[in-house]
Design a protein. Structure first.
Lengths: 95, 489
């Protein structure tokens, strides 16, 4: 399986990881090797098999739809790289 | 003093209950060992004040009715969130992160009286099989022959710390073999319980449908004691099972007469080292001598487990690691004039994630992207269903446990510089167990020609950890593994 540098660029963009142009060919080659390894799965007859959604058959528990937590603004913001006036601060999003 | 840190959990517990030993003495001895073990790079954050405070509290409540781990000093993998103590999953992107909350596992261990000595090295976000992807640098195996060896990964620091007697036991996590492979590489015991047995709440997520935490200890009894304290239903983890937890230690009778042990032919790989093959045959003979019935079994989809894993785990990782965006916690890149929020995300993640993590996040992004989702992700989930079905068929035929090698080799040299796929092959015997959600345990069973430890793996039925631990206990007694690494660090 060969992956071209444009695909590598697109995947890096989707993953929001900055990859310099000169690193793209090597990245594309690595993807190609890993995807080549994964291609073995095409040998398996999966007709009529449902994709697994839960490894242990169990019904997810339900609970009343009520607030069980909150009022922890200080704790929530404690580890933020930039928190101001009770908010997370980020670069300008809208022009 | 240093003899104290060599105690098993069971021996220390019994001595403290009788009043022959205090946790303050034991904890002090372990702290000294941990602080002077820099060459192993196992402990990456030391918490001596907290440890001594917990030890004194344990001594205050000591007695015959003290909780199960009262005063027992443990190391905690860096993947577990511990309140007010650095918890950075060995990643630069979580530099400086000190959680405002305590993971369920560490909460339960502390409720059982355990003492935390500090945080342990690991592969970044638990992605790796050699502890070489860590932002803290390599953890080093206390077993050494000329060159420095890997302790395995991802729970490499946990394995090195237990094998070197820096602590009595440690927590690990296992997504594809990250407890069992390092346990085998360092001559200790490690169990990954059934998916859903241990709460994942407060453990930094890698691949949520595969991740399970478990204990890494000096023997099977200690694994039973420590696992007991870690297990149980937790409403904060929706996949945690609300079923009773049996008394694991009480299950250790060593009697496995009449049990059926399966030997899967697909695990006999081409090019398997003769020593591993012999170890496996020896282990089979030991279980037979103990009265078990040995049967040949087939798990036909074994070959496809690793490729399925390398779709599913990266896919889940790419989704889980989307949270590291430089906004709410951890590292944020320095921005240039005019950089917007997209540049902030892209630069932060490029600087914060190491090469292997970036690779897996991008592979995961690719297999989930429009046009490839069915061909890769859905196909892998179907193959996963078939792998689980293989095990169900074998258990339905009356097999109680399955015996396999734990790893395809003994510990290898640090810096061996494998390509990613060669590195992934380390998990060839362990990854099936995660895909099928089963419990698996690695038990040290012998030494190779160079004198390095080798482990065997036992795989059990879902929720049957008690029975699995008992088979492991029987194997442990028969193998009589007592070798220890000579201290050089």
């Amino acid at each position: 399986m060969s992956i071209d540098t444009e695909t590598a660029r697109r995947v890096a963009k989707l993953a929001r990881i900055k990859v310099e142009d000169d690193a793209l060919p090597a990245l594309a080659q690595e993807f190609g090797a890993i995807l080549g390894f994964i291609e073995q799965l095409n040998e398996v007859d999966v007709d009529g098999v449902e994709p697994m959604t839960s490894v242990t058959p169990q019904r997810l528990k339900r609970r009343d739809d009520v607030v069980t937590d909150g009022s922890q603004q200080e704790a929530v913001l404690k580890n933020a790289p930039d928190a101001r006036e009770g908010f997370f601060a980020v670069p300008k999003v809208v022009e | 003093m240093s003899e104290l840190s060599k105690l098993t959990i069971a021996a220390a517990r019994d001595a403290m209950r009788k009043g022959d030993l205090t946790s303050a003495e034991l904890t002090g001895a372990c702290l000294t060992e941990a602080e002077t073990s820099g060459a192993l790079n196992a402990f990456v954050h030391h918490t001596p004040e907290l440890a001594m405070e917990q030890a004194k509290a344990a001594d205050a409540r000591a007695g015959t009715d003290a909780p199960s781990l009262n005063g027992v000093p443990l190391g905690i993998k860096d993947l577990f969130c511990t309140k007010g103590v650095a918890s950075q999953a060995a990643s630069k992107i979580l530099e400086g992160f000190k959680p405002e909350y305590e993971s369920t596992v560490t909460t339960q261990l502390f409720d059982a009286g355990a003492v935390m000595l500090g945080k342990l090295n690991m592969d970044e976000f638990a992605m790796g099989s050699s502890n070489e992807t860590s932002v803290y640098g390599n953890a080093v195996n206390p077993w050494k022959i000329d060159a420095e060896l890997t302790p395995g990964g991802s729970s490499g620091g946990s394995a090195a710390a237990v094998a070197a007697d820096l602590c009595l036991g440690a927590t690990g996590t296992d997504t594809g073999g990250s407890i069992r492979q390092p346990a085998a590489f360092t001559g200790i015991t490690g169990i990954k319980p059934t998916y859903g047995r241990v709460s994942r709440w407060g453990i930094v997520a890698f691949a949520s449908s595969l991740d399970q935490a478990g204990p890494m200890t000096k023997d099977v009894r200690d694994a039973a004691i420590m696992l007991q304290a870690m297990c149980g239903h937790d409403p904060k983890d929706s996949t945690s099972a609300d079923i009773a937890v049996p008394d694991f230690e009480a299950a250790l009778t060593g009697d496995i007469k009449g049990k059926t042990i399966g030997i899967p032919k697909e695990y006999r790989m081409d090019g398997m080292p003769a020593e591993i093959e012999k170890l496996w045959a020896d282990g089979t003979a030991m279980l037979k001598d103990a009265g078990a019935k040995i049967v040949d079994i087939t798990l036909p989809h074994t070959k496809y487990a690793l490729p399925a894993y390398y779709v599913i785990a990266p896919a889940e990782a790419s989704s889980n690691l989307a949270r590291y965006d430089g906004v709410r916690f951890g590292h944020r890149a320095k921005l240039e004039q005019g950089d917007g929020i997209t540049e902030m995300y892209e630069k932060t993640r490029a600087e914060g994630f190491g090469a292997e993590v970036q690779r897996r996040v991008m592979v995961g992004t690719y297999v989930l992207s429009a046009g490839f989702y069915d061909a890769y992700y859905n196909r892998a989930r179907k193959v996963r269903a078939l792998i689980k079905r293989d095990f169900e068929a074998v258990f339905a035929d009356g097999v109680d446990a399955i015996l396999t090698p734990a790893t395809p080799s003994a510990a290898f040299e640090l810096g061996a510089n494998f390509d990613p796929i060669q590195m992934y092959l380390n998990d060839v015997f362990t990854v099936t167990v995660n895909l099928a959600g089963l419990p698996g345990i690695a038990v040290p069973a012998g030494l190779d020609a160079k004198g390095l430890p080798l482990g065997l793996q036992l795989i059990g039925k879902p929720w049957e950890e008690a029975e699995l631990l008992n088979v492991a206990y029987s194997l442990e007694r028969a193998a009589g593994f007592v070798a220890k690494p000579a201290k050089w660090w």
